[in-house]
Design a protein around this ligand. Structure first.
Ligand SMILES: Nc1ncnc2c1ncn2[C@@H]1O[C@H](COP(=O)(O)OP(=O)(O)OP(=O)(O)O)[C@@H](O)[C@H]1O
Ligand SMILES: [Mg+2]
Length: 261
């Protein structure tokens, strides 16, 4: 048996969809990436560059036009409870209460009877005690996102795929949930793959940042984030990394030059 140290291997993956007139649209182009055990990796890139497409491929929700995706050395063919998926919107079932949403994965796998008592633990883990019987429309966006995180975690996935999990939240809720994500990750030692639009969020949370080009999405650079946790958003190495990313993505202008008359 060969030594398999990487949890995920994505090798030369390309994806093409049919456009509005049926023409082929290249969405991902030759994407290769390995993700190590217990790593926290973020994927950033402009809207429409194929981030969700890539995450869905890793989840096993679709298959690539070409290339290969492996988890622990075995081809990813279908969705699996080994890989939890948190959608771009919370994706809670609107007709189920918070606790029933969290229990849904257990029910689907016929584990509910045996593990029923764990539901409350997950409710508490994400700070939703008192809201067990609430429906998604009765809780805030941040609480819904926390319920979605608990719903994924209760399956104890080895890999957690997060598609802009905090994207819809105000910056204060967002920052506190970022701390919660780090706590959960360090406590559980699972592998996190997170898509985000937010450069600071990527720097604050991840060990590596994958930068993608506009469509067709290719990996333009993978950056190491060497700072220890918890990180300081105002520290020099943090802001230096932010500047580096903004420059690479062409968003850092030399203001003086631009406004010079
Ligand atoms: N099932 C599909 N059929 C046809 N085209 C699709 C399909 N899924 C995605 N696309 C197209 O693929 C491209 C990439 O979409 P994707 O959702 O992966 O982007 P994204 O990087 O996640 O964007 P955002 O940051 O806005 O969420 C888009 O042009 C989209 O229209
Ligand atoms: Mg997306």
């Amino acid at each position: 048996m060969s030594m398999i140290s990487d949890t995920l291997t994505i090798a030369n993956v390309s994806q093409t969809f049919a456009g509005a007139a049926g023409e082929p649209v290249e969405v991902l182009k030759d994407v290769s990436l390995t993700v190590g055990r217990n790593e926290f990796i973020s994927i950033i890139g402009p809207s429409g560059c194929g981030k969700t497409t890539l995450l869905r491929l890793i989840a096993g929700l679709s298959s690539p036009l070409s290339g290969e995706l492996l988890m622990n050395g075995a081809p990813i063919k279908t969705a699996s409870s080994e890989r939890g998926y948190i959608f771009q919107s919370s994706g809670l079932f609107p007709w189920l209460t918070v606790e029933k949403n969290i229990a849904a994965g257990l029910k689907a796998r016929g584990l509910y009877k045996a593990r029923k008592s764990e539901v409350q633990r997950y409710v508490d883990l994400v700070g939703l005690g008192g809201f067990e019987k609430s429906y998604p429309h009765q809780i805030s966006g941040g609480m819904a996102q926390r319920a979605a995180i608990a719903r994924a975690l209760i399956n104890n996935p080895e890999v957690l795929l997060l598609d802009e999990p905090l994207g819809a939240l105000d910056s204060f809720t967002r920052m506190s949930l970022q701390d919660e994500l780090i706590r959960l990750w360090r406590e559980r030692g699972n592998t996190m793959v997170m898509v985000t639009h937010d450069i600071d969020e990527a720097i604050y949370l991840s060990r590596r940042i994958v930068m993608m080009s506009p469509r067709p999405g290719r990996i333009v650079q993978i950056l190491d984030v060497p700072m220890s946790y918890p990180r300081n958003r105002a520290a020099g190495d943090f802001t230096a990394l932010r500047t580096q990313i903004l420059k690479r993505m062409d968003f850092a202008r030399d203001v003086q030059e631009e406004y010079a008359i």
